[in-house]
Design a protein. Structure first.
Length: 175
């Protein structure tokens, strides 16, 4: 019988709970683009290995032949979900979480991107121009202390096709 391995990221997503914070953004097209959408960023406290685990976490084992201490891990990770409408049919669009604001002159520049570009799975757009993607950004920043935005790159690369500044999510209480 084959063994089934659950990726660490999936375990973290399933373990969401107390201590998380959420931000949202409404994405609007830029420079003539008709792309619109929404983004949701959730702060996830870093998971600790089970207390009964005999195997130390991978990031606590120094590389072979070194005596260096492991790097300090960030206290949180970010789960970023983006949903688009009015995008080019059947496109695959790059996107990311950036520091700054959509109105910045260098909006969308690689130098302001958070995490590794490989952290963000491309948005696969369907024939109707709709698409959704979710990515886990490890070592994410404390989004609550600064300006951040979610940006979608044009299919030809470079400039932003859509952008939205992050704001704390509004919560509602029943009454």
């Amino acid at each position: 019988m084959p063994q089934i391995h659950v990726p660490i990221g999936l375990g973290l997503i399933l373990a969401l709970g107390a201590g998380s914070a959420t931000w949202t953004a409404r994405l609007d097209g830029k420079d003539g683009s008709k792309i619109t959408g929404t983004a949701r960023v959730e702060s996830i406290p870093a998971a600790e290995p089970p207390k009964d685990s005999l195997i130390p976490p991978n990031d606590s084992i120094p590389p072979a032949g070194t005596t260096a201490a492991p790097a300090e891990s960030s206290p949180e990770e970010l789960r970023v979900t983006i949903t688009l409408s009015n995008a080019p049919a059947n496109a695959s669009l790059a996107w990311g979480l950036f520091s700054g604001k959509c109105s910045d002159a260098n909006a969308g520049a690689a130098s302001s991107a958070l995490g590794m570009s490989a952290s963000y799975s491309p948005i696969k757009v369907d024939a109707e121009g709709n698409g959704t993607a979710t990515s886990l950004v490890r070592g994410g920043p404390q989004v609550s202390t600064g300006d951040y935005y979610v940006g979608v790159q044009r299919p030809e690369g470079g400039k932003l096709a859509a952008c939205g500044n992050l704001e704390p999510a509004k919560t509602s209480t029943g009454g």
